[in-house]
Design a binder for this molecule. Structure first.
Ligand code: FBP
Length: 552
């Protein structure tokens, strides 16, 4: 029996589309440059760090005089960080571009993320290999990893690998932190007189690598649609059985873009957007009360069921918990042996060193959740919010509060909660047509940037709410998206993360309906992603992207 699903076999044959301006002969593709660029903020400090790559102009490819080198090139590719649907198509786009430029060109894939470059673990990508991965989800063709290239030794080893493989370019497919790393590597290689150019590609399901230059990170479309489909199924079950409240936590790290998109698609009874929670300085008690309010009102209508969406980063945005997390970070950083302590020892060590206010919150949490807050930070210093079971914390607190309301005669319903966490269900899903085309275009554009001799740029496709034929391809200097931020006690240049803009159209659209949704069952069931059929269901982009393109 074949190990390949029928869908996968058929999807191999999907012909990923390119924007018209870059789909013809390479001889007919010209490049146009804008004016010199500036960083988003802290320009002087960033200029000082990126002496050789700072200030370059954004580039745009269009029909015109040939600007694309067609010499044989050797390139390497790295998948960095969490999986996002479409990564294989980025590699396919780079591969096809290289081969279109010159059949002698070679593409190497570094294994297991950036550590593959540092340790020179690689494979050569052949057309037989890439054909097995076209339009598929996952990063399994070469694997991914979260190693950050940061020590002088790691930079040197990366350079050694690039020299050994005689690399003209390395394409780094990653999120904000990985693309920051790409910019640092580009600067380092230039400073060493190395020929290897570095180009980034914007990846992350979280949707937080976007700004006025990057309209969306790839993978967001497929992942958000996958979660919306699952949430819709749960809603339909809830509306059939009419006996459970479902608390659904959704991936997305700090940003609530995924949760917001899922809410726009499915109309839940309750949905928190972390960025608003922070702006309004809501306490954990306020969050619990907001849920109870909906439960009580719906119970009065005889509807003892509902769905609440919770972004995974929520706890970081509740001011009192944010302070607690900062204090925990300080304790963990100062305790050298912290990693080797047992969970119980970690708990009492932290608890004994917190301020009175934080200690009160820490100790009032169920111990298993408090311990989740102590888990190791990721290599970029981020709290691993996916490991904190906020959905269980809230379901438990709501239950306790409702029991108190019942005693006071303010609530008469029945409350039974089920909890879910959706993240891994969507990160490696077969890419939607949007992501299949977008990723292929990003990869092909990365090749064009390499063949145009650029370094320290991120591949950039715009006009994404339009048909693919009208998309615009180009590149933006990574430093243009940077500012200085405090990371692990030091000021560092980083790409500014895009959180949900609570003045933006997607949030406002959600906010204008949520009161009604909280009382009245208004669920929408989007169903699963469609790959074949009418264009309005197969090719539509996310509601977020559509709304972001509309005037305010
Ligand atoms: P990236 O930022 O690397 O794209 O990862 C996204 C993400 O899926 C987050 O939503 C989530 O918090 C995190 O990865 C979980 O990562 P891991 O599986 O490595 O713990």
């Amino acid at each position: 029996m074949s190990k390949i699903s029928t869908l996968q076999k058929i999807r191999y044959k999907y012909y990923a589309k390119l924007p018209d301006e870059i789909s013809g002969s390479l001889n007919g593709i010209g490049i146009e440059f804008g004016e010199g660029s500036e960083a988003l903020a802290d320009q002087e400090e960033i200029k000082e760090i990126f002496k050789l790559t700072y200030g370059k102009p954004a580039a745009h490819f269009k029909n015109g005089k040939n600007a694309i080198s067609q010499h044989p090139l050797n390139a390497g590719v790295i998948l960095s960080g969490g999986q996002a649907p479409g990564g294989h198509n980025v590699i396919a786009g780079v591969f096809d571009g290289l081969r279109k430029g010159n059949p002698e060109s070679k593409l190497f894939g570094f294994l297991g993320g950036p550590s593959g470059l540092i340790e020179n673990r690689h494979i050569e990508i052949s057309s037989e290999l890439i054909n097995k991965y076209r339009n598929t989800g996952g990063f399994d063709i070469i694997g991914s990893g979260r190693t950050k290239i940061e020590t002088p030794q790691q930079f040197e080893s990366s350079l050694e690998t690039a020299k050994k493989l005689n690399l003209d370019a390395i394409i780094i497919i990653g999120g904000d932190d990985s693309n920051t790393n790409a910019a640092l590597l580009a600067e380092y290689f230039l400073s060493k007189g190395a020929k290897t150019q570095i180009i980034g590609c914007p990846k992350t399901i979280d949707g937080d690598l976007k700004n006025k230059f990057i309209e969306a990170s790839f993978g967001f479309d497929t992942a958000a649609k996958t979660y919306a489909s699952l949430i819709g199924n749960i809603m339909r079950d809830a509306n059939s059985a009419k006996k459970y409240w479902h608390f659904i936590k959704l991936m997305g790290r700090s940003a609530s873009h995924i949760t917001l998109e899922a809410a726009l698609q499915t109309h839940p009874n309750i949905c928190f957007i972390s960025e608003e929670v922070e702006a309004l300085s809501l306490s954990l008690g306020d969050v619990v009360n907001a849920i109870c309010d909906s439960v009580v009102k719906r119970a009065k209508n005889g509807e003892n069921f509902g769905v609440a969406l919770i972004p995974e980063g929520l706890v970081e945005f509740i001011p009192e918990i944010k302070t607690l997390i900062c204090e925990i970070n300080d304790v963990v950083a100062k305790e050298e042996e912290f990693g080797s302590l047992t969970s119980a020892q970690k708990y009492s060590c932290v608890s004994s060193k917190l301020t009175a206010a934080s200690k009160l919150i820490f100790e009032s949490m169920p111990q298993e959740i408090a311990v989740q807050m102590l888990s190791e930070r990721d290599p970029h210093g981020n709290v691993q919010v996916s490991l904190i079971e906020t959905e269980k914390l809230l379901a438990g607190m709501v239950k306790t509060r409702l029991a108190a309301l019942k005693k006071e005669g303010l609530y008469e319903g029945k409350f039974s909660a089920l909890t879910h966490f959706f993240g891994y269900e969507g990160r490696a899903a077969p890419p939607s047509n949007f992501d299949a085309d977008y990723c292929y275009s990003l990869g092909f554009t990365a090749f064009l940037l390499v063949a145009s001799g650029l370094t320290g740029y991120i591949s950039n496709i715009r006009n994404l709410n339009r048909p693919v034929s009208e998309w615009k391809a180009g590149g933006v200097p990574i430093t243009m998206m940077m500012n200085m931020e405090r990371r692990r006690g030091e000021n560092k240049p980083v790409i500014r993360k895009a959180l949900v803009d609570i003045k933006g159209k997607p949030f406002k659209t959600f906010a204008s309906s949520r009161d009604e949704w909280s009382k009245k069952t208004s669920f929408v069931y989007p169903g699963s992603i469609q790959y074949f059929g009418p264009s309005e269901i197969c090719d539509a982009c996310t509601i977020t992207l559509q709304l972001e393109h509309e005037p305010l």
